[in-house]
Ligand binder design. Structure first.
Ligand code: GLY
Length: 434
């Protein structure tokens, strides 16, 4: 089957590999020349991934029989509408449904209108004075979130990234006057606890869950520093996480199912793609955000252990006949190598050296991310560079594999978080959650 993949990051390299493993004849559209995806593809187009006309034209020319969209940008821009308009069944929600990620105001409104559990007290504003007024009157700590897309870096919490109310007011002004994330803002109750991610395949009605994952958003070890798109993540062999139980996963699944039903009831459209729920487990389970795609790096964790043929899963999604997906009962740890300054002012354009053979010898999977291959050499961009994933019976074993594999990646101005998946870091999380 001829499958077009849109996107050129580590998540998309993991998707590309899963599609190729499933027997797809792969074609790709990506912004950067990702060497991993390029190698797996019969042909690829370097282009703006949000340009629906250009992507649809390429899909038509290569005779794509199905498309899979990786990042949120093209989904929010309506790439699925463009491709399905050409008769190409596509894994990913339409522009209208992608609002579940592209508009936090829409998402919070959907949860409130349908009384979906896990909601938070919130207000959504397009005018600065109303937002400032709400902030003054809110009793308790808050998070300030640009409503639109910001690459995972726009959320700031009072008492964390924002020292006090004065910094919160300044940030509100910066977001609304600067048009960050569309200039609309959501102010919501700060949720306390341990964050985790549930990703699911969705065929319009059925929601098929994947193993739970916990990502690490902070740039530096000890969960410090600026927020990033994610520095690395782990999952456990039983599909749960060390600080939660099966009942918590079931509650998260129920919230995802309720959201899919609510979307269908409100729009009359069927959500066919990946749904990502970011949850906070404290005294109660709270929904922090929905994304309309796989997580990055979380996709690398779950796709590394997917046993079911991924092409069949995608076919089930677009046909509305999704079956259960089977994953190896193994733990995973992913870690990203990123450019110094990532999350704030990244250094880009530096050459890195990836010893693929050594990484393979260590037993790790390798996923190229936002790098550019030029004349056989690999250069960093301003985002994450290379991901490695260890797979093992235990999280500790997977972590050791990932960490040893890191010795196969060298270069100036790059680093990774060595603490992700270690027993020391996990122990803290378990103690914090108890
Ligand atoms: N790793 C977080 C995300 O993909 O949104």
């Amino acid at each position: 089957m001829r499958v077009l993949l849109v996107g050129g990051g580590g998540r998309e390299h993991a998707i590309a590999e899963a599609l190729a493993r499933g027997g797809a004849e792969l074609y790709a559209v990506m912004r950067n020349r990702n060497p991993g995806i390029a190698r797996l593809s019969r042909e690829f187009l370097l282009a703006d991934e949000t340009d629906g006309g250009r992507v649809a034209g390429f899909a038509r020319r290569i005779g794509a029989e199905m498309a899979v969209i990786g990042p949120e940008g093209p989904l929010a821009a309506g790439i699925v509408d463009a491709l399905t308009g050409e008769g190409i069944p596509t894994v990913g929600p339409t522009k209208r449904l992608a609002q579940i990620e592209a508009s936090k105001a829409f998402m919070r409104g959907l949860m409130a209108r349908h009384r979906i559990p896990g909601s938070l007290r919130y207000g959504a504003f397009s005018g600065l004075s109303e937002a400032l007024d709400f902030l003054e009157r809110f009793d308790g700590p808050v998070a300030i979130k640009p409503s639109g897309l910001t690459g995972g870096k726009g959320v700031k919490v009072v008492g964390d990234q924002l020292k006090d109310l004065e910094e919160a007011r300044d940030y509100l002004r910066e977001v609304m006057e600067g048009g960050i994330g569309g200039g609309e803002v959501v102010i919501e109750e700060r949720a306390e606890g341990e964050e985790f991610t549930l990703q699911a395949f969705v065929d319009g009605r059925r929601v098929v869950p994947m193993p739970l994952v916990q990502d690490h958003k902070r740039a530096f070890e000890g969960d410090t520093g600026p927020n990033t798109g994610g520095m690395g993540a782990y999952s456990d062999a039983n599909g749960l996480l060390p600080f939660l139980e099966a009942g918590d996963r079931k509650a998260a699944e129920d919230i995802m199912k309720a959201a899919i039903a609510a979307l269908r009831a409100e729009t009359g459209e069927e959500y066919r793609g990946i749904l990502y729920g970011q949850f906070m487990l404290g005294r109660e389970l709270r929904l922090i955000e929905f994304n309309c795609r796989f997580g990055d790096p979380e996709a690398m964790n779950v796709l590394s252990i997917l046993k079911t043929n991924f092409v069949e899963v995608c076919r089930g999604i677009v046909d509305g006949r999704l079956r259960d997906a089977v994953f190896e009962p193994k733990a995973t740890v992913s870690k990203y190598v990123v450019p110094q300054g990532y999350g704030l002012k990244p250094m880009s354009g530096k050459r890195i050296f990836v010893d693929e053979e050594r990484i393979r010898r260590e037993g790790a999977r390798l996923y190229y991310a936002a790098v550019n291959e030029d004349g056989g050499a690999v250069y960093t961009t301003s985002s994450r560079s290379v991901g490695v994933v260890g797979v093992h019976e235990t999280i500790a074993g997977a972590e050791r594999i990932a960490e040893r594999a890191m010795a196969g990646i060298r270069g100036e101005g790059i680093y990774h978080r060595a603490d992700i998946g270690t027993e020391a870091r996990l122990g803290r999380k378990i103690r914090k959650a108890l």
